[in-house]
Design a protein around this ligand. Structure first.
Ligand SMILES: Nc1ncnc2c1ncn2[C@@H]1O[C@H](COP(=O)(O)OP(=O)(O)OP(=O)(O)O)[C@@H](O)[C@H]1O
Ligand SMILES: [Mg+2]
Length: 513
C-alpha cells in the first residue's frame, strides 16, 4: 500500500509527494483564476481515493464532476496530458508504457450530493442538529436575536418537541411571540420586535432555497465515509454552483459538516492515512465578514480535528483571504500563479512567497507570478512534519476526466448509488409544527367547551333564579355569575388567539408555495 500521493515533479527533478500520514496537517491550494486549482484538487482527490480515503469536496463550477469518469484517449487534451505525464516521469515512453507505469485513465467511485436535491442526493440536516449558534450565523442574526433563538431551542427541548424543518421553527417562533409574557418570565426577555426580525430572516432563508436542506432523513456521516468494494475511498461531490450564490448557506453548511465530524469521530492520534479529507473550495466565503468568534471557532476546529484523522484543504484564489491563525495550520501548500498588477496583489504575492521555505535555486516571489497553468510552487511536510524546500512543480495530469461529467452520466451514477434509497425521499414525522398545531386545536376545543359549560351554568342559574326569586340566594348568585363571566372572557380570548394562529398558519402555508 502506498504511503504517499504523487503531486508532480519540480524543476530540480524532485518528486513532490504528499505523505498520507502528514495529510491531517491540512493544506492550502491557492492561485488566480484558471491557474489549475481545481485540477490540483482533482489529482489529490484521486490519490486519496486510491489510498482508500473518502473525500468530500464542493464542486463550485461543476468541473470536478469529471472525477466520476475515466479520462479517455479521445479527450481533446489527451496528447497534452500524455506529454505532461512523460515530462514529469509518470510515463517514460509511449501510451502502452503509460498504462504499465500506472497513469491509466480511471474513474473514482463517486456520490453526488446537492442541498437543493437536483444534481445529487438531497443533503439534509435538522434544525436541532444545526443548533442555535450556526443557525444564527446562517440567518445573520444579531446577538439579541440569537439569544431569543436559543430560548426557542430550550423551550422546544423542555416541551419535548422536535425541531426538524423550517416550518417547525416558524411554528415555534409564532408560539414564542404569542406567549412572550409567560416565556419571558421563565426563560428571559422575548420581545415582539426581535421575534419579528428572526421571522423575517427565516423568510429570507426560505427564499434562498434552504427549505429543502432542513428536514429528514438527515445526512449520516457514515455515508460520507464510504469505501467501495475495491477498497477505494468514495468521493462525495457537493453541487455548489447554485449554492455559492448563498454564501451564508454554503459556508454554514460546510462548517456544520466539519463540526459534526469533529463531534462524532473518535480520537485517532496520528493515523497512517486520514480517515477523511475535506476540500473547502472558495474558502474565502467562510471568512468574509465573519465575526472574530467564528474565526476563532474555525481555527479551533481545524486544530482539533487533526487528531480525529480529518484533513482539511482550503482552496482559494488569494492566500490572504484566510486568517493567519488558520493559515498557520496549513502544513501542505500548493501555490499556483498569482497576478501582481495592483499594490494589493503585490502584497499578496509577497505574503505568499514569504510563507515558503526558500529554495536557493530561485526567487520565490518572482516565480509566483511567472508560473504556467497547472504549475505550482509546492512545499509539503516531510516525515518529521517539517515543510519541504519549495519546488517549482509541474502538477501531474488527472487519471479521471478533465472537465465535467455530462448530465446523463451524472444521472446514471445517481440512479446506481447505494444511498439513493435512503435519501431521495423526504420524510415528515411529528415535530414542533404538528405538536403546536395539535395544541392549538386542543385549545380551541377547550375554549369551545368552556364557553358551552358557561352557557349551561348560566342557564341553570337562570332557572334557579326564577325558582326562588324571593329566597335569600341573591348574593351567591352574583358571585357565581361573576365567575362565569370570567370563564367566558378567558374562553373568548383563547378563541381569538387560536383563530389568529390558524389564519397565520394558513397564510404561512400559502407564502411557502
Ligand atoms: N495538472 C494539470 N494537468 C493538465 N492540465 C491542467 C492541469 N492543471 C490545469 N490544467 C489545465 O488548465 C485548465 C484550468 O485549470 P483549473 O480549472 O484547475 O483552474 P482553476 O484555478 O480551478 O480555475 P478557476 O479559478 O477558474 O476555477 C484546465 O482545464 C486544464 O486544461
Ligand atoms: Mg476551479
Amino acid at each position: 500500500m502506498t504511503d504517499h500521493i504523487f503531486v508532480g515533479t519540480d524543476t530540480e527533478d524532485v518528486k513532490q509527494n504528499l505523505l498520507l500520514k502528514m495529510a491531517n496537517r491540512h493544506g492550502l491550494i491557492a492561485g488566480a483564476t484558471g491557474t489549475g486549482k481545481t485540477v490540483t484538487l482533482q489529482i489529490l482527490t484521486e490519490g486519496f481515493s486510491k489510498a482508500g480515503v473518502p473525500v468530500f469536496a464542493a464542486d463550485v463550477k461543476g468541473d470536478l464532476s469529471g472525477i466520476s469518469q475515466a479520462g479517455s484517449e479521445k479527450h481533446k487534451l489527451h496528447e497534452k496530458l500524455l506529454s505532461r505525464a512523460r515530462k514529469i516521469g509518470l510515463i517514460e515512453n509511449d501510451y502502452e508504457g503509460m498504462l504499465q507505469k500506472g497513469y491509466g485513465y480511471a474513474a473514482m467511485p463517486t456520490l453526488f450530493w446537492d442541498l437543493y436535491g437536483k444534481q445529487g442526493h438531497p443533503v439534509r440536516t435538522t434544525i436541532s442538529e444545526m443548533g442555535p449558534t450556526l443557525l444564527a450565523r446562517l440567518m445573520e442574526l444579531n446577538e439579541t436575536q440569537e439569544g431569543i433563538l436559543t430560548i426557542a431551542f430550550e423551550l422546544a427541548d423542555d416541551e419535548g418537541m422536535f425541531l426538524l424543518d423550517l416550518k417547525d421553527l416558524r411554528a415555534l417562533l409564532n408560539f414564542l411571540s404569542d406567549n412572550k409574557a409567560e416565556i419571558s418570565r421563565e426563560y428571559g426577555n422575548v420581545t415582539s420586535q426581535s421575534v419579528a426580525a428572526i421571522q423575517r430572516s427565516l423568510l429570507r432563508l426560505e427564499r434562498a432555497g434552504a427549505e429543502q436542506f432542513f428536514g429528514e432523513p438527515a445526512l449520516k456521516l457514515d455515508d460520507l465515509m464510504r469505501v467501495d468494494e475495491n477498497g477505494k475511498g468514495v468521493v462525495s461531490i457537493l453541487a455548489a454552483d447554485q449554492l455559492i450564490n448563498s454564501p451564508a448557506l454554503y459556508s454554514t453548511f460546510l462548517l456544520w459538516l466539519l463540526s459534526e465530524l469533529f463531534e462524532e469521530l473518535p480520537e485517532v492520534g496520528n493515523p497512517d492515512k486520514p480517515k477523511m479529507v475535506f476540500f473547502f473550495d472558495e474558502a474565502h466565503l467562510l471568512f468574509d465578514d465573519a465575526p472574530k468568534a467564528l474565526i476563532d471557532k474555525i481555527e479551533q476546529v481545524a486544530r482539533l480535528i487533526r487528531s480525529k484523522g480529518v484533513s482539511v484543504f482550503f482552496v482559494t484564489q488569494n492566500p490572504m483571504d484566510i486568517p493567519d491563525s488558520v493559515l498557520g495550520q496549513l502544513g501542505n501548500r500548493i501555490q499556483h500563479a498569482l497576478r501582481a498588477y495592483t499594490p494589493k496583489e503585490q502584497r499578496a504575492v509577497r505574503a505568499a512567497a514569504s510563507s515558503f521555505r526558500e529554495n536557493p535555486a530561485f526567487e520565490t516571489e518572482e516565480v509566483i507570478t511567472d508560473l504556467g497553468v497547472g504549475e505550482a510552487l509546492v512545499s509539503l511536510l516531510d516525515e518529521d512534519g517539517v515543510p519541504g524546500i519549495v519546488g517549482r512543480t509541474l502538477i501531474r495530469p488527472p487519471a479521471s476526466r478533465l472537465g465535467p461529467a455530462t448530465r446523463a452520466e451524472r444521472k446514471a451514477i445517481i440512479a446506481d448509488s447505494p444511498v439513493g434509497e435512503v435519501y431521495d425521499k423526504s420524510i415528515d414525522r411529528e415535530s414542533a409544527y404538528e405538536v403546536l398545531a395539535e395544541k392549538a386545536e386542543a385549545m380551541e376545543k377547550a375554549a369551545a367547551k368552556t364557553e358551552a359549560d358557561a352557557q349551561k351554568a348560566r342557564d341553570k342559574a337562570a332557572r334557579k333564579q326564577t325558582k326562588s326569586r324571593r329566597s335569600s340566594r341573591r348574593k351567591t348568585k352574583t358571585v357565581s355569575d361573576h365567575i362565569l363571566y370570567e370563564i367566558k372572557l378567558v374562553g373568548r380570548q383563547l378563541m381569538r388567539r387560536e383563530s389568529r394562529r390558524l389564519i397565520r398558519g394558513i397564510l404561512g402555508g400559502f407564502m411557502r408555495k
